[in-house]
Design a protein around this ligand. Structure first.
Ligand code: PBG
Length: 306
């Protein structure tokens, strides 16, 4: 085996570092003689942390600098929360590996209240996600939604500083950071449907890096891959960026993939939902069928308004 070091490009946030270290330790557990190191990189998204993400150009901001490093051979791997990556990759790069999914649900975090149902009129809930905002408004029109950005730790700090009565975060991120005890309620997917790819970690590589693809093969999880392919196909067909409240939930039982999708207006006044199921081999086609059903039900009108 070559002694060449495999370099993992990663953002410097604790969650990104956890995910990069996870991939490193997985690689080493399958290939103990490998040399793997992290290459921490500050991205535009990290620099502009206080502007609402939807206003400053979207998810690509967190990814671009990692990709440049890979194309320049300063790194070989970029590890991402699949939720954060755009539909398309630059020429020469590919999403080669999809790791087993953690909890897909959103989590309710508060120091005073045990659940969304307990929140009083005019309680202030922190989230900058249009998807969360839309569904919160639909179910709990009496709540006030306030922007909340920054990494997981600083969001919790803002909650602890009493800037919010409660905040919503992905359960997966909290669990990875050892902060699961902060979770007061795992929010049912029927109340707040998760984001496309939520809870799954993906590995981006250069398309022609055959040796690396072989090394990464054991880290890939077929079931998660199937779900993520379907969810991303739906999102891609809807042209969904982070400007739009789009949600998706997929479930695998035996050979059947069940896929639910949601498109809504930010104020929660309009919510369109659809559901498809079929064979797991048809994951991509199912995602597109679901997107088309949402469009037939009027999703395109909502999307055009944004
Ligand atoms: N948008 C930031 C982001 N990207 C991925 C996660 C959590 C981990 C995951 O969903 O895989 C988070 C934090 C959050 O939404 O609370």
């Amino acid at each position: 085996m070559s002694t060449q070091t495999i370099k993992i490009a990663t953002r410097k946030s604790p969650l990104a570092l956890w995910q990069a270290n996870y991939v490193k330790s997985q690689l080493l557990s399958y290939h103990p003689n490998l040399s793997v190191e992290l290459v921490p990189i500050i991205t535009q998204g990290d620099v502009l942390l206080d502007s609402p993400l939807s206003k400053i150009g979207g998810k690509g901001l967190f990814v671009k600098q990692l990709e440049i490093a890979m194309l320049n051979h300063e790194a070989d791997i970029a590890v991402h929360s699949i939720k954060d990556i755009p539909a398309q990759f630059p020429q020469g790069l590919t999403l080669s590996t999809i790791c087993p999914r953690d909890d897909v649900r959103d989590a309710f975090v508060s120091n005073q209240y045990q659940s969304l149902d307990e929140l009083p009129v005019d309680a202030i809930v922190g989230t900058s996600s249009l998807r969360r905002q839309c569904q919160l408004k639909a179910h709990y029109p009496h709540l006030i939604i306030k922007d909340l950005r920054g990494n997981v730790g600083s969001r919790l700090e803002k909650l602890d500083n009493n800037q919010y009565d409660a905040i919503i975060l992905a359960a997966a991120g909290l669990r990875r950071l050892g902060l699961a005890e902060r979770i007061k309620q795992y929010i049912s997917v029927s109340l707040i449907m998760p984001a496309v790819g939520q809870g799954a970690v993906g590995i981006e590589t250069r398309q022609d890096d055959v040796r690396l693809h072989q090394l990464l093969a054991p880290l890939d999880d077929a079931n998660t891959r199937c779900c993520v392919i379907a969810e991303r196909a739906m999102n891609n067909y809807l042209q969904g960026g982070c400007q739009v409240p789009i949600a998706c939930y997929s479930e695998l039982t035996q050979q059947t993939l069940s896929l639910k999708g949601l498109v809504g207006s930010v104020d929660g006044q309009q919510i369109i939902q659809a559901h498809v199921s079929g064979e797991i081999q048809q994951a991509q086609a199912l995602g597109i069928t679901l997107a088309q059903q949402l469009i037939d039900l009027g999703a395109d009108k909502i999307l055009q308004q944004l």
